[in-house]
Design a protein around this ligand. Structure first.
Ligand code: ADP
Ligand code: GLC
Length: 487
């Protein structure tokens, strides 16, 4: 093997310690896979107060205690704790700064949020300095850590340890850009380098973390090839498309993988019975158990639809609001929905459950075990997102023999192909336009195929046999890191 790479990976979420969505899954699985491939990975996460010290064996790093860090004239102190990533010997480094992270929620808090993630970013760099690691690639993720390239190219430019370091910024969700009032800038500790921030933004009274990252990262990636094209269009670029088009040569998409140790029906300890593509008997039992536990009337020939999602606009919940009430009214089906988020969406699902007792169950909240059980126990999975940089649930549902109904966008378009009944090809149901008619069509077609048992079995097999594991995708990141090293 070529020389192992030294990679510093910084993120606001790492599962299972801190996760609200797919960022947490990816920031756990990608570093773990890179570590397994033999690379030297330094993984950093804030020590949020919600991280359970009892549950995980968390120890202080003796030589990284009480480190002073000045941000915009304020002196903070942070210490570093460490714990092993589950099923891996990869250490996770937790940045402990109670002054900033001692709060119940991971996100929110206005301007304080900017300072919190600026500190995480600076602390990660400082730790690499103190560990004496000549980092090949600093890999920042989403707006939270997007100031990293600028800090490295200004504040830490003096340090020869990083003379050859390159930076990658991965955009997991362009809908969240970390936009703060320009008055925040002083608190970010950029000093005279603040002049390098986007001037027109500052003139209009704002500073954008994500935009700064796009300006200064050596390479910008996003989490699927289709989304890499999409974000360079006004329709999906959320105001950053012009800048991304300018950087076109250095913008690319790498599809996320899924962690087979976490999401495989053959080994999943969270589902009632394991099963595989060769023997699907267990899946029928998983459905029975799910229906029973959710209080839904069970019948094997009645299709069960599943949803697991953050309840936000991005996920196409408005389309579901238009389609589901009349669909459930007309079609004999069951619906198991798990999620939390915007109140109006939560109310919609709660009302649907009240209207169709025994047919619809809504679990409001976050529940990892139930997420696994829905993937295993349903027949169809719904993901009509308006935009989806990658999306993991469609890949989980394919692996669990639960064909997804998706809109053709981002990673949904890359992972799911419309089932062609004549040829027996394809693995799910794909519709193009974000309209009720288009979603209604896809659901209608899915039900037709459901009734055609040989076709359905073929569809399920096609999905279960496709390999979405991280090994291959992590290899694409390694290639990218190496290309950067020689450029
Ligand atoms: P996003 O990151 O935009 O939320 P992804 O599909 O990439 O979308 O990832 C979502 C991840 O979060 C999946 O692992 C999914 O199972 C999980 N998830 C989302 N909502 C819930 C919930 N209410 N309970 C448990 N897991 C959830
Ligand atoms: C984001 C995106 C999702 C993606 C995840 C992990 O939250 O919304 O599509 O799968 O990040 O990259």
């Amino acid at each position: 093997m070529a020389e192992p790479l030294k990679i510093c990976f910084v993120a606001a979420e790492v599962a299972p310690f801190a996760k609200t969505g797919g960022l947490g899954d990816v920031s756990a699985a990608l570093p773990r896979t890179l570590h397994r491939l033999g690379h030297d990975v330094r993984l950093f996460l804030p020590f949020y107060s919600r991280i359970d010290r009892q549950k995980h064996r968390i120890l202080p790093v003796e030589f990284l205690r009480d480190i002073p860090l000045e941000l915009g004239g304020r002196r903070y102190r942070f210490s570093v704790y460490t714990t092993e990533m589950p099923r891996s010997s990869l250490p996770l480094y937790l940045i402990h700064c109670p002054a900033l992270f001692d709060r119940p929620e991971m996100y929110g808090g206005g301007v304080h949020e900017a300072i919190r993630f600026a500190l995480l970013t600076r602390a990660a760099i400082e730790c690499c300095q103190r560990m004496g690691v000549a980092v090949d690639v600093f890999h920042a993720n989403d707006w939270h850590t997007a100031l990293l390239p600028l800090y490295l190219k200004t504040h830490y430019q003096w340090d020869q340890l990083f003379a050859r370091s390159k930076t990658v910024l991965s955009i997991h969700n362009i809908g969240y850009q970390g936009i703060f009032p320009a008055s925040t800038v002083r608190a970010l500790g950029l000093g005279e380098h603040a002049a390098k921030l986007h001037q027109a933004d500052l003139d209009s009274g704002i500073v954008s973390f994500l935009k700064t990252g796009i300006l200064y990262a050596d390479v910008v990636t996003t989490v699927s090839p289709t989304h890499a094209d999409e974000i360079r269009t006004p329709e999906y670029g959320m105001g950053l498309d012009g800048l991304l088009r300018k950087r076109s040569g250095t913008v690319l998409g790498i599809l996320n993988g899924i962690d087979p140790e976490e999401w495989s029906p053959a080994t999943d300890p969270l589902i009632p019975i394991q099963y595989s593509a060769e023997d699907l008997e267990g899946k029928a039992f998983c459905k029975l158990a799910l229906m029973r536990d959710l209080g839904l009337d069970h019948h094997p020939t009645v299709p069960a639809l599943g949803i697991v999602t953050r309840l936000v606009k991005q996920k196409g919940i408005d389309l579901l609001r238009q389609v589901l009430p009349s669909f459930v009214e007309k079609v004999d089906c069951r619906l198991a929905a798990l999620g939390s988020g915007e109140t109006e969406y939560e109310q919609f699902f709660a009302a649907l459950q009240r209207r169709f007792p025994g047919r619809v169950c809504f679990y409001r909240g976050y529940n990892n075990e139930l997420a696994h059980r829905i993937e295993a126990g349903c027949d169809l999975f719904l993901m009509p997102s308006l935009y989806e940089p990658c999306g993991l649930n469609q890949m989980y549902s394919l692996a669990y023999g639960t064909p997804p109904v998706v809109r053709k966008t981002g990673g949904l378009a890359d992972a799911v192909q419309l089932f062609d009944r004549g040829r027996g090809e394809g693995n799910g149901f794909v519709f193009e336009h974000a309209t009720a008619d288009a979603l209604g069509w896809a659901l209608g077609y899915a039900l037709d195929v459901w009734r055609d048992r040989p076709a359905w079995e073929r569809l399920v097999q096609n999905g279960m046999r496709r390999d979405f594991s991280w090994e291959k995708q992590a290899g694409l990141y390694v290639e990218l890191y190496r290309r950067l090293g020689v450029s």
